[in-house]
Design a protein around this ligand. Structure first.
Ligand code: PEP
Ligand code: MN
Length: 348
């Protein structure tokens, strides 16, 4: 990691640095953070001659040799003091609430519009909604572009930023074109490295953030952080890690709830954790407890399924979506826990 004396390198300085590392078969990855840019040496950077030449440049403060598999996601990387906001909440400085229906049915647009107003009234800072759906059965409703139109109208009416999952490059192009505020990567694509890279590239230097769900098939936590590294290395540091339960499910729950990995993630990476209790437990009656546990574990936000009338929703809604009253109660209780913990940190 090259730490310049200024917050950014000029074009000439960057070109010089690139030329030096190219001689040694490496490249420079430039990530534009909110406060300064990060210059990662990509490739095998353990070459003393290369490092001493870089260290000798008048505009270079130092070279940080972070002994970590993650150059950018590591807590010690220069991105640790990077921050970004969604719906007026700066991640890590306030508790972010994202809520909305699992799946948007364009034939029932009014249900989504009403749901958007209801989640806003309950206290959500952003609206989620499924446009294209990764359904287990090929005969289930798969989603369609028309659902995005409904969500764009809901965003226009409520002014809530919009979180939408994409599963392929065509959907990504449509979502980026619509200036979707948060691109979600679902559990099934959490290990799709080609898509992760593409999403990082297509949202680099835009205001779009990325919410990466934990693949339900992932093993060690490092595998989750490495997936996020792909997105950040491709150019977008506005990333949220979203655990959502893993397989096999814990008896009685849809998945094995994994909110307890939050502090483990925070020991290794600066990235905010936005937990999804809805898919973790899969039953509306258990969602609040899992959500509050996540906040107690130090989560920076929650991604929840909610519907104005859960039984009329499609996809996962009938089983796991919260109604507006349940959502408002959860939001209130979540904030109480968040404030208590914040107070205890402030008290030392
Ligand atoms: C969803 O958010 O509706 C969804 C399909 O999530 P996951 O990828 O976590 O199953
Ligand atoms: Mn769902």
């Amino acid at each position: 990691m090259i730490i310049p004396k200024a917050n950014v390198l000029s074009a000439e300085q960057l070109a010089e640095v690139q030329a030096i590392v190219a001689e040694f078969g490496c490249q420079i990855g430039v990530i534009k953070g909110a406060h300064r840019s990060i210059y990662a040496i990509l490739g095998d950077e353990r070459k003393e001659l290369m490092l001493s030449r870089l260290e000798g440049l008048s505009y270079v403060d130092r070279i940080d040799r972070i002994d970590s598999p993650f150059k950018l996601m590591d807590l010690r990387s220069g991105l640790a003091d990077h921050d970004f906001a969604i719906g007026g909440i700066t991640l890590g400085k306030g508790l972010l609430y994202i809520a909305g229906p699992c799946t948007v049915d364009p034939k029932e647009a009014q249900l989504t519009i009403e749901t958007a107003h209801a989640v806003k009234a309950a206290g959500a800072h952003a609206l989620r909604g499924g446009v294209w759906k990764p359904r287990t059965m090929p005969y289930s409703y798969q989603g369609e572009d028309a659902a995005l139109e409904v969500l764009l109208e809901a965003r226009a009416q409520t002014k809530l930023p919009l979180n939408v999952e994409v599963m392929d490059e065509r959907q990504l192009a449509v979502a980026v074109d619509a200036k979707v505020d948060v691109i979600q990567i679902g559990t099934r694509n959490g290990l799709n490295y080609t898509l992760l890279k593409k999403i990082g590239e297509c949202t680099a230097n835009t205001s779009t953030a990325v919410l990466l769900k934990r693949s339900r098939h992932m093993g060690p936590i490092d595998e989750f952080i490495a997936a996020a590294e792909y997105i950040v290395a491709a150019g977008n540091p506005k990333i949220m890690l979203c655990p959502r339960g893993t397989l096999p499910g814990l008896d009685g729950y849809r998945n094995h709830p994994d909110e307890s990995i939050t502090p483990l993630l925070k020991e290794k990476t600066w990235a905010p954790v936005v937990y999804d209790p809805s898919h973790a437990v899969g039953r509306a009656q258990y969602v609040e407890q899992a959500a509050l546990a996540a906040v107690a574990y130090g989560a920076d936000g929650l991604n929840l399924e909610a519907h104005i009338s859960p039984k009329r929703g499609i996809g996962d809604d009938p089983k796991q979506a919260l109604n507006p009253t349940q959502l408002a109660r959860l939001f209130k209780n979540g904030l109480k826990i968040y404030e208590i913990l914040k107070g205890s940190v402030d008290d030392g």
